[in-house]
Design a protein around this ligand. Sequence first.
Ligand SMILES: Cc1cc2nc3c(=O)[nH]c(=O)nc-3n(C[C@H](O)[C@H](O)[C@H](O)COP(=O)(O)OP(=O)(O)OC[C@H]3O[C@@H](n4cnc5c(N)ncnc54)[C@H](O)[C@@H]3O)c2cc1C
Length: 481
Amino acid sequence: MVVGEIAEAVDLLVVGGGPAGYAAALRGAQRGRDVLVVDRDGEEGVGGVCLRAGCIPSKALIEMAGVAERAAGYSSAGLSVGERSVDLGAFQAHKARIVGELTGGVRSLLAGAGVRVLAGDLRFTRPDQAVVRTPAGRAAFVEFRDVVIATGSRPAVLPHLVPDGVHVLDSTGALDLAELPATVAVVGAGYIGVELGTALAKLGSSVTLVEMADRILPEIDVALTRPVARRLDELGVTVLTAARAGEHRGTILHVRCGDRDVEVKADVVIVAVGRRPNTDELGLDRLGVTPGDDGLLHVAPDRTLRPHVAAIGDVTPGPALAHKGYAEAPVAVDALCGDRVAFQPAAIPAVVFADPEIATVGLSAAAARAEGLDPVVTTVPMAGNGRALTLRAPRGTVQLVSETGTGLVLGLHVVGPHASELVAEGTVAIEMGATVEDLADTVHVHPTVGEQVQEAARAAAGRGLHSASPARRPHHHLNKE
Ligand SMILES: Cc1cc2nc3c(=O)[nH]c(=O)nc-3n(C[C@H](O)[C@H](O)[C@H](O)COP(=O)(O)OP(=O)(O)OC[C@H]3O[C@@H](n4cnc5c(N)ncnc54)[C@H](O)[C@@H]3O)c2cc1C
């Protein structure tokens, strides 16, 4: 320790003010702990990537792009809303208002709970001590009893396409665009790339998606991604698969596509090739903690790494999603408070806010078979759904995976309008051990797209109302004698 520097003693230290970190801080305060949050950006950092440069800003952009595109689509229904013009400068102010409202709300929750927030870059110096380099250049020492590491992740970079804030951007830069580029190449067609590419195409950019795998959204079942691929085509997005992005020179991105070289016109290149956990500059060795080769902190079921040290959010294995971090936070804090707890959700839903939306929870049919289960798969189209028709979006399907014999819901996979909301129904069903009979007999509001979930459940139970039952009739005779 620096001579003369007195360390401040804290009871529960939370490193990182993102969704995982702020949720842990609030839980700590609820448990009567004295909590200090250290975030690189201090009070401004509260909300982390999700609120400031991820979930919320991207959905603000997607929503605006969707409104513009949908409005244009209503001309055949008699609506004309004038010529489309896009002012991304004004959008930035709109986005800042939304982000400000949300992060301000979190700040007041933290203040109300008595949680202090300190600005600075934290690095561990001892198993019970850290140094915080404050923005003013001061080194503040913090001694802690317990610590929750929630430092999140940052965009992965490609060495030949390093973001320069002008021509090559990461997702944060893309969401900060103040002018709509005429031509855009998005490198990486995972969920972030597809979401950004779709929004920019709807606003009027000419977009090319460049993906190394042989299809878009390679981590998602191909049956779910097909409607999105079709829609991208309709929107005029060029999709290059089995394609490796090379250098960006002038306004040309050089791409190796199979065995040929392709030149992609791109005023702006957006690199969205995944994210890296922020675990490399924390001095974790001083804490006696070693990340895995993937940079992730491989925590125990109760989210601890060793006594007094827990980790949550994007720095831990599992989907790098805000709701996973939120859900881990109370488990970690309760474990540090001495409770016997474990983070063992039956399922974690995932959503791609593409067009149409894709949402998936639980097991796919293939994953169920790989687990030795004998799944019943029922798929119903969105096409006949009244609400989907009124939304002018009767595209996609609802697929329900259940277990033969017991009728237990194993998975729900939706591609279509409001899939992001519908997936909650499957998550609750799986978490509660509900059967297809339970879903089929639950009264659903009409007209909603959610009725298709009920219809899929009816079909799985062998009594589809508007659709055929699965080819192989299941044998559920639960509940209803
Ligand atoms: C474009 C985009 C769209 C996304 N959309 C969604 C979505 O729709 N739904 C969803 O669930 N997820 C989405 N995500 C992912 C989501 O943002 C993350 O999963 C989530 O933010 C992770 O939360 P976290 O608390 O683990 O970390 P983060 O949100 O990354 O927060 C970590 C915090 O730690 C601070 N920090 C890091 N290192 C230090 C240090 N050494 N000292 C002090 N402070 C430090 C950082 O400043 C940051 O504030 C999206 C991400 C991106 C990039």
